[in-house]
Ligand binder design. Structure first.
Ligand code: BGC
Length: 801
């Protein structure tokens, strides 16, 4: 950072004419009067050069630009708000419910930017003040994990385009999404906001999303950079992790997203990596992100993230959100003492101004606050249907024939969970339940259970305490237990039983094993009773899993004839479910995160999420306690672990059934050796009875050298278009040395070893259909790096014996 700021400062100094140099000095230390005296008026952003605008800014104004404002959440814990006045209460709120804003400097033509969450839809207040005559609902799209399960970057881009139009039409400049941390452990409370356990999926899906959103002329913020893989004491957690695991697993997705979409902004995370807050880490934010990866945009903190505002600015964290009076004072004091140079501040301010220049606010975009909700709901519905994963389908239980009589059980059959809680929540106008979706598709939803659930849910919802805090989880309503007589009657009267199991999670807490990852006793009893009653009548039982994260399935799946994983499918979920259950859409989603047999199978399961330090003082519900955890599994995350250590999962990474089948033709390589790049192609044919799409995954098994390698790693993926029965499509994957590289910590370099590689085209990580080998004749040094973000002490990592 110091070199960069030095260079910029020098350029500024030499380029500026004498009068301007004088002005620069004057501006840094106080009044801008000289500028106004010598020109017709102060330079205006966009008209004058950035240098001139920078020179005209006072120190106080510069500090304003790097310290945000405008966070007035209802129900936010007071303990988290800074003591004292954020100083901006008198600035009228532009978009109520947005997460924050940057300061305007009106005299120089610098408008304020509005930033809003989040990954599943624009999160703003639906009702402004007491006036409910006009509403501001946004579309609740399916959660990120579902989007990744489409394995369809074109589909995700479409979602991004629709989503971004709402960002723009609601008057927002930067969307605080996508979330793209790795699913390290199924209990991660915000996993639904993240894509996958694999960085190639996460990075490519994020890039598609960013490109879609930003095609509307608005910005995104890829978050949380990096390692916010759990919520446990997130603001004071120090994660110990090896350089290799960081590079190959936790940073690689961000690196890919930067390379393929160059997002307007990055949001640093709350936690520390190897002893340093990410927002204060020059290694992370400057050496890696900017110098090695060539990121051109702005970095902002997560809300109240980090500890030392001066260290943040120096590290390359340009905007401190949502800004506190204490930060402003600390920065001013550091400028005075010389601890922060004016040149450094100019670097940060320049990045803020560059962001402003691109924004709709700067361009004077006349937003309507009336996005195309209807059209966007259709996109949400289609994406939802394409990301649902058919886990089980014995004897072609699904699709359900038209006109069937269906008995629906489970609270969430009638009250679908559209998304998660916290900043990933969306104020939506409606949520289509499974019952509504199926009725709309022409099925008869049996009235006895329907009425019983309606009455029960209404009564139980009335008893629930009002949600007070922002981080309050969605209250769980105990499962209604249908009585035996009703069950027996339904098993006779109707054709199929559907049982929905629902889960909610969100920011502020991780999930638990008991009653969350595992089924509750009531859910187990419900499943058992329904399946016994229906199977006794020769009727089928379908289970819908309505969750944002992974749940245990192995112990109970035999009771279900079919299992459809709906994830949290957004407001159109019930329609999308009906589309898939009816066969209107053949399922084509596949898991981007492993479903293990039991929680204990997750590597270092019992060490998750970490522990509070012995020295930690009293808990504060929001800030948490100083804590730590160790990523002892190293690179063996998700399928890299299960496949290498031969732990059989319930449903493996990449798994998902369809109503049709596909055959894979021979995997053909463009050459037997890698010279620059290699293409692998294969013909996929729909060999089954109905139209469908197939996501093909290209794994590579690499030779072991000084570095151990996982059994296989996903290096590319592609999805066919809709193939009619008998129709084929050739998919082509490109591989370069960069795609195949591992991070060698001893050499501090990305390198691709010499030797024989096997390319494996799979329908899942375990269902490999075709293989082909190629050689890398000579080791390739892909990128030389240097020691960055190194562990404070050696980490004893899991290794292959
Ligand atoms: C979350 C971010 C979010 C921000 C603004 C934080 O608590 O971690 O993901 O963008 O709040 O709402």
């Amino acid at each position: 950072m110091s070199t960069l700021s030095g260079k910029r400062a020098r350029r500024l100094h030499f380029a500026a004419p004498a009068a301007l140099r004088l002005l620069t000095t004057a501006a840094l230390f106080g009044s801008p009067t000289l500028a106004t005296a010598q020109t017709a008026g102060p330079p205006q952003l966009g008209k004058a050069s950035l240098k001139e605008v920078l020179a005209a800014l006072t120190t106080a104004e510069k500090v304003k630009l790097v310290v945000g404002m405008g966070f007035y959440p209802s129900g936010f814990p007071a303990g988290m708000l800074p003591p004292g006045d954020p100083g901006d209460k008198d600035v009228p709120e532009k978009v109520p419910g947005a997460a924050g804003r940057s300061h305007a400097i009106a005299r120089l033509g610098i408008p304020s930017l509005t930033l809003s969450d989040g990954p599943a839809g624009v999160r703003i207040d639906a009702i402004r003040g007491r006036d409910s005559s006009r509403t501001f609902y946004a579309t609740a799209f399916p959660v990120a994990t579902l989007l990744a399960s489409t394995w369809d970057t074109a589909m995700v881009r479409r979602v991004g385009v629709a989503f971004g139009s709402e960002v723009r039409d609601f008057g927002i400049d930067v969307l605080l999404a996508p979330g793209m941390n790795i699913h390290r452990n199924p209990l991660g409370g915000r996993n639904f906001e993240y894509y996958a356990e694999d960085p190639v999926v996460a990075g490519n899906v994020a890039a598609a999303f960013v490109n879609g959103v930003e095609s509307n002329g608005v910005g995104t913020s890829i978050k949380h950079f990096a390692l916010n893989n759990q919520e446990f004491n997130r603001m004071q957690l120090n994660s110990h992790v090896s350089e290799r695991a960081l590079r190959e697993i936790y940073l690689k997705g961000f690196q890919l997203a930067v390379r393929k979409s160059q997002p307007w902004t990055v949001m640093s995370s709350y936690n520390k990596i190897n002893g340093t807050y990410t927002s204060e880490s020059p290694d992370l934010l400057t050496s890696l992100l900017r110098q090695e990866w060539d990121f051109k945009g702005l970095v902002m903190t997560d809300w109240y993230g980090g500890h030392d505002p001066v260290a943040q600015l120096k590290a390359g964290n340009d905007l401190l959100m949502p800004g506190t009076a204490a930060q402003t004072q600390a920065i001013l004091a550091a400028l005075k003492s010389g601890q922060l140079t004016p040149a450094q501040l100019d670097v940060n301010v320049t990045r803020v101004l560059e962001l402003v220049l691109k924004s709709p606010a700067f361009k004077g975009y006349k937003y309507s606050s009336q996005p195309a909700l209807k059209a966007n709901a259709a996109v949400a519905r289609q994406a939802a249907a394409e990301g649902m994963v058919l886990l089980r389908n014995e004897a072609q239980t699904l699709p359900l024939a038209a006109g069937r009589q269906l008995a629906l059980f489970g609270n969430t059959s009638y009250s679908l969970i559209a998304g998660g809680t916290g900043s990933g929540d969306v104020n939506r106008a409606y949520t289509i339940s499974l019952a509504q979706g199926l009725s709309g598709a022409g099925y008869t939803v049996s009235s006895a259970p329907s009425q019983a659930y309606a009455q029960y849910l209404q009564a139980e919802k009335a008893k629930l305490p009002k949600k007070k805090g922002f981080f309050d989880p969605l209250p769980v309503i105990a499962e209604l237990m249908p009585n035996a007589a009703m069950l027996a009657q339904q098993a006779q009267l109707t054709d199929v039983a559907i049982v929905t199991l629902g889960r909610s999670a969100g920011e502020g807490g991780d999930r638990q094993v008991a009653n969350d990852f595992d089924l509750t006793a009531a859910e187990q009893a419900l499943l058992k009773q329904v399946s016994t009653a229906f199977h006794a009548q020769g009727k089928k039982v379908v289970v819908i899993i309505n969750t944002g994260g992974v749940v245990e399935v192995a112990s109970w799946r035999a009771q279900a004839d079919a299992i459809l994983l709906a994830w949290q499918p957004g407001q159109e979920g019930g329609h999308a479910l009906a589309d898939v259950l009816s066969g209107q859409v053949a399922p084509s989603g596949k898991l981007a995160t492993t479903f293990p047999v039991a929680y204990q199978d997750v590597p270092y399961a019992t060490d998750f999420p970490g522990k509070a330090l012995a020295s930690a003082g009293a808990d504060n519900s929001v800030m948490g306690k100083p804590s730590e955890n160790t990523y002892a599994e190293g690179i063996y995350v998700g399928y890299r672990y299960y496949n290498t250590f031969k732990v059989k999962p319930a449903y493996e990474f990449g798994y998902g059934l369809s109503y049709t089948t596909f055959t894979y033709g021979k995997l053909q390589l463009s050459a037997p050796t890698l010279a620059g790049k290699l293409t692998a192609s294969l013909k996929v044919t729909n060999s089954g009875p109905v139209a469908g799409k197939e996501a093909v995954q290209l794994y590579v098994h690499a030779p072991t050298s000084a570095l151990a390698k996982p059994e296989s790693e996903l290096r590319a993926f592609a999805k066919t278009g809709l193939l009619a029965p008998g129709q084929s499509q050739t998919l082509t994957f490109t591989l370069t040395a960069t795609d195949l590289a591992s991070y060698n910590t001893a050499a501090e370099a990305w390198q691709t070893d010499a030797g024989t590689y096997t390319a494996r085209a799979g329908a899942s990580s375990l269902d490999i259909r075709q293989t082909a080998t190629f050689t890398v004749p000579k080791a390739v040094l892909v990128q030389k790096s240097r020691k960055l973000l190194a562990p404070q002490q050696p980490i004893k990592e899991l290794s292959v014996k």
